[in-house]
Design a protein around this ligand. Structure first.
Ligand SMILES: Cc1cc2nc3c(=O)[nH]c(=O)nc-3n(C[C@H](O)[C@H](O)[C@H](O)COP(=O)(O)OP(=O)(O)OC[C@H]3O[C@@H](n4cnc5c(N)ncnc54)[C@H](O)[C@@H]3O)c2cc1C
Length: 380
């Protein structure tokens, strides 16, 4: 693949050793405790892994998108898809918005420490009243009060919300349910009136903290507005493309790891006097899984190459968001089946991965919405 040069592959090797040495040994403990230490961000930031595509002026490394692809593929080697989600949320959900829409003051105060891993951020769009149709569902209001916005409302399902030092909040600044009614604000977590109402317990992604946040009369300086008032919808939706692409690439990498583990298991597991992997039905299943993952990966790589060159293939990214995720979910489930009872054990990473990837057809835009988008691109 032309997306990776020898330099990229060299970086992959270094990052892989780092993830396997720093995070993998803690997987069972952190998964059981359903926790993600903040030191993860600092460890990655200190080594420069959180600033791949960001300007050197803000502590980044100004490298191309291929390096972000590698980051998203190597984090699952921690055997913690939650960690992977939280770190990718950090580097691709909100940080690009700080760069593209933030003033110099905002970039220095929030982007630079995020790239160093000293500060953790979150992007808060979804509310208790809804996520897919957020333009109508958002009730969180920012009222104009001179040099300040006064923020009231709630946000739910927010990745990294419980540990965030600041949250980018998409708030209603005009009453009408229009794409021109929402404003993106930077809300520091020490703002009076901000509170984590609940750290949410989930089916999977246990090493990714998810928060239900509440804002009660938070006074936010107008200088903490990202971009122009009322245009937050456009900033957020544009950035969703990268989030969706990177999330799918990470999911394929996780499924590939699960497949590799499964092949190892099938070679070792003896039944009927020979390894399970010698049964023809098993061999065919494995070939089928490998072929589906390869197709998914190559599709995602080709769209990533275009993305690296500045082209956002919105239709294809929407396709990837539902189809690649579907392929991943189906094949991780098939691998689990091939593990027998061991595939149902908490300490087995295959079991955890099966649970974790379930969220991928929900978070970041449900599959049904992606299919609607694709149909619209096809002018249906
Ligand atoms: C682990 C996790 C992390 C998350 N992180 C974040 C985050 O960091 N920031 C953030 O803002 N949000 C986050 N979310 C929220 C996520 O983006 C929303 O859950 C998602 O957008 C769906 O919104 P909803 O839950 O309100 O479902 P709803 O919009 O209520 O949809 C419910 C169901 O209705 C059906 N449906 C919806 N739309 C359509 C359609 N157009 N056509 C047909 N059927 C449809 C689908 O079956 C869908 O699953 C996270 C969610 C989870 C679970």
């Amino acid at each position: 693949m032309t997306i990776f040069s020898p330099q990229h592959q060299e970086y992959r090797k270094r990052l892989r050793s780092f993830v396997e040495a720093q995070f993998l040994p803690h997987a069972d403990k952190w998964e059981a405790a359903q926790t993600l230490p903040r030191s993860v961000f600092l460890d990655l930031g200190t080594e420069g892994h959180l600033g791949m595509n960001y300007p050197v002026a803000y502590g980044g490394r100004e490298l191309d998108f291929g390096y972000t692809v590698i980051l998203s593929e190597e984090l699952p080697r921690s055997h913690m898809m939650g960690l992977s989600l939280s770190v990718l949320a950090h580097t691709t959900f909100f940080a690009p918005l700080l760069l593209s829409q933030g003033t110099e003051e905002i970039r220095r105060a929030f982007l630079t420490p995020s790239i160093r891993g000293e500060k953790v951020g979150a992007l808060a769009v979804t509310e208790p009243g809804g996520g897919s149709d957020f333009v109508r569902a958002i009730e969180c209001r920012a009222d104009d009060d001179g040099d300040f916005w006064v923020l009231n409302g709630e946000k739910k399902f927010i990745t990294n919300g419980p540990i965030a030092d600041f949250v980018l909040v998409l708030a209603r600044t005009r009453p009408e349910p229009s794409v021109h009614s929402l404003t993106l604000l930077v809300v520091p977590a020490d703002t009076p009136g901000f509170r984590v109402k609940e750290s949410m317990r989930k089916l999977g992604m246990h090493t990714s903290p998810t928060g239900w946040l509440s804002f009660d009369g938070c006074r936010i300086p107008k200088s903490y507005t990202l971009g122009k008032p009322h245009l937050g919808y456009f900033y957020v939706t544009h950035n969703l493309h990268q989030e969706r692409l990177v999330g799918a690439i990470s999911a394929v990498a996780a499924a590939q790891l699960v497949l590799d583990d499964t092949i190892g298991h099938l070679k070792r597991r003896i039944a009927y006097g020979r390894p399970l992997g010698e049964l023809q039905a098993v061999r065919h299943t494995i070939s089928d899984i490998a072929a589906e993952l390869e197709m998914a990966r190559r599709f995602a790589y080709s769209v990533s190459e275009e993305f690296r060159d500045g082209q956002v293939a919105a239709k294809e990214i929407s396709m990837i968001k539902f189809k690649v995720v579907e392929i991943v979910q189906r094949n991780v489930e098939r691998c689990l089946q091939l593990h027998g009872g061991a595939g149902f054990l908490e300490d087995n990473w295959v079991t955890r991965c099966y649970r974790d990837v379930r969220v991928l057809s929900l978070g970041g835009g449900v599959s049904e919405l992606m299919k609607d988008l694709v149909a619209s691109y096809l002018r249906l």
